[in-house]
Write a protein that binds this ligand. Structure first.
Ligand SMILES: [Fe+2]
Length: 113
């Protein structure tokens, strides 16, 4: 499963209790969005993301990753941004798109059991 680059506009603490979460860290530049770092989180790892972080997230495993995310604000009611994963064009964050990604991946897992 992959989540496109997105911002939170608030700090976040992320702890992983099972599976794996690979983060690509991005920054906005005059030439658009550029990747500048990575952070692979395994079970037992935790990370603190500042309010300026833009990241994309990949679960490279063929099973669920479980984590606890704590956000320093109202995550669902904050107007945020996401970037198209292919063009890296900036778009308004869209909860329906994110939920559709989760639904599609959950359906894939159900079919492959
Ligand atoms: Fe995120």
């Amino acid at each position: 499963m992959n989540l496109m680059p997105h911002n939170h506009l608030m700090w976040a603490n992320i702890g992983i209790f099972t599976g794996r979460e690979d983060n690509i860290l991005w920054r906005e530049t005059a030439d658009g969005l550029k990747a500048f770092g990575v952070e692979a989180l395994f079970a037992g790892d935790a990370t603190a993301l500042s309010s300026s972080v833009i990241h994309s997230v990949t679960n490279p495993l063929p099973r669920f990753t479980g984590g606890i995310h704590i956000y320093g604000g109202d995550f669902f009611d904050t107007t945020r941004s996401q970037w198209n994963p292919e063009t890296l064009d900036k778009e308004p964050s869209n909860g329906a798109v994110i939920r559709a990604i989760f639904d599609r991946e959950n359906e894939k897992l159900r079919r492959n059991k």
